[in-house]
Design a protein around this ligand. Structure first.
Ligand SMILES: Cc1ncc(COP(=O)(O)O)c(C=O)c1O
Length: 397
């Protein structure tokens, strides 16, 4: 248990004062304005302390830990489940989003000629496993493209109508490169109407946006832990629908996913049964007390603030940026339809270098890619900081 666990409260209990004081929950960043939570979250003080304490006690392997990794992992399953459908049996621990998506690709039926729909420019962890699976099955990956002025939701809905045989639809809730939001309510109902399977990569939204699994009815959901879940690298989460918890096949066969019975024996002529639920998909090598303790601290903080409150507060930040861009006459630089927590500036190509260089001089950290400057704040950023970002951008424009 970490100290932050003691302060965990339900979302309804989140006081505005807590959010105002939220910046102090993160490690200080000096004069750096860190706007790259979509790459990796700034570190919570509680996660740093929990990680260091675990590192320290790991130096004495002869002493039993106060809590076994297995117990820690069970409690983490519960904390992740509270962000999804509340069922901890649905959750497996995996090292990366790519690993979870490879598990989905290994299990979902796919026949020759079938199509797997993804977004054009989707993050590679939610593309490469499908490319591989399609190559094995003589199926096709179809990248949804967007027409001028069209949003991604309508582009996906149009592709679902025009594509003759979509069997799997593998999408994010929020685009990783510019924060464009997809309406999963509308998309999911269409996906199910045509009988396709839905796989969601929530790496860029879980912990920052509410979910509605009862409505979306996905087959698999993945999310990395080191972005909006405020945890460490190397620990991600896989949610599996009930039918896959019963008969899904893992991409590796680790002992921790099996019930070894009394005495922990694995006789050659006995195949040990899987542990309950999605635990059959648990990857090996994740019983690392440092990562587990840091993940626990991150999730405790996410629950203490509450996801709806985080989404509101981050929306305030990105709306402040949009308003300041408007005030500087830079409305065309905004990303229409972005999520509350991620957006991107779209300067004219000839100004991109100058704007990015100005950010560098002012110690503003964001990702530059594909002609965009991605802006992804967490609660360490104030709305006033966003006005400064827009002013610096305008001065370099
Ligand atoms: C949408 C999305 N999915 C997944 C990842 C990370 O995937 P993996 O854990 O496979 O490296 C990222 C990282 O930026 C991402 O933006």
């Amino acid at each position: 248990m970490t100290p932050s666990r003691a302060t965990t409260a339900g979302p309804a209990a989140t006081a505005l004062a807590d959010l105002a004081a939220a910046a102090s929950a993160f490690m200080p960043s000096g004069d750096v304005l860190y706007l790259d939570c979509a790459a990796q979250s700034p570190r919570l003080r509680a996660a740093q302390a929990a990680g260091l304490a675990a590192l320290e006690s790991g130096g004495r392997p002869w002493q039993a830990p106060s809590e076994s990794p297995e117990t820690q992992l069970e409690s983490l399953r519960g904390a992740i489940a509270r962000l999804l459908d509340g069922d901890r049996d649905a959750i497996a621990a995996v090292p990366s989003a790519s690993y979870g998506l490879a598990t989905a690709a290994r299990n979902l039926p796919l026949d020759a000629g079938d199509a797997v729909l993804v977004l054009d420019g989707q993050f590679p962890s939610n593309l490469l496993p499908w490319q591989q699976r399609c190559a094995e099955r003589n199926a096709r990956v179809v990248g949804v493209r967007r027409g001028a002025g069209e949003d991604w939701t309508n582009a996906v809905l149009a592709a679902l109508e025009s594509e003759p045989s979509p069997r799997i639809v593998a999408l994010p809730q929020v685009r990783w490169d510019d924060g464009a939001l997809l309406d999963l309510d509308r998309i999911a109902s269409r996906v199910h109407a045509i009988g396709a399977a839905l796989v969601l990569d929530l790496s860029q939204s879980l912990g920052a946006l509410p979910t509605d699994l009862a409505r979306w009815r996905p087959d698999f959901v993945v999310a990395v832990g080191y972005k909006w879940l405020l945890g460490p690298l190397g620990l991600a989460w896989l949610w599996a629908a009930p039918r896959w918890r019963e008969r899904g096949i893992a991409i590796e066969q680790h002992w921790s996913a099996r019930d070894a019975g009394e005495g922990w024996r694995f006789p050659v002529d006995v195949v040990r049964p899987h542990r309950d639920g999605a635990r059959r998909f648990d990857a090996g090598g994740l019983d690392d007390p440092m990562r587990l303790a840091m993940a626990d601290a991150g999730l405790a903080q996410v629950h203490a603030w509450g996801v709806p409150a985080i989404a509101d507060a981050l929306g305030e930040r990105t709306r402040a940026l949009d308003a300041a861009l408007d005030a500087h006459g830079l409305s065309s630089w905004k990303t229409p339809g972005h999520a509350p927590h991620i957006t991107a500036l779209r300067p004219p190509a000839e100004r991109l270098d100058a704007v990015f260089a100005a950010f560098g001089r002012e110690r503003i950290v964001c990702t530059r890619r594909y002609g965009l400057l991605r802006i992804a704040p967490h609660l360490h950023v104030r709305a006033e900081d966003m006005a400064r970002v827009a002013a610096i951008a305008a001065a370099a424009a």
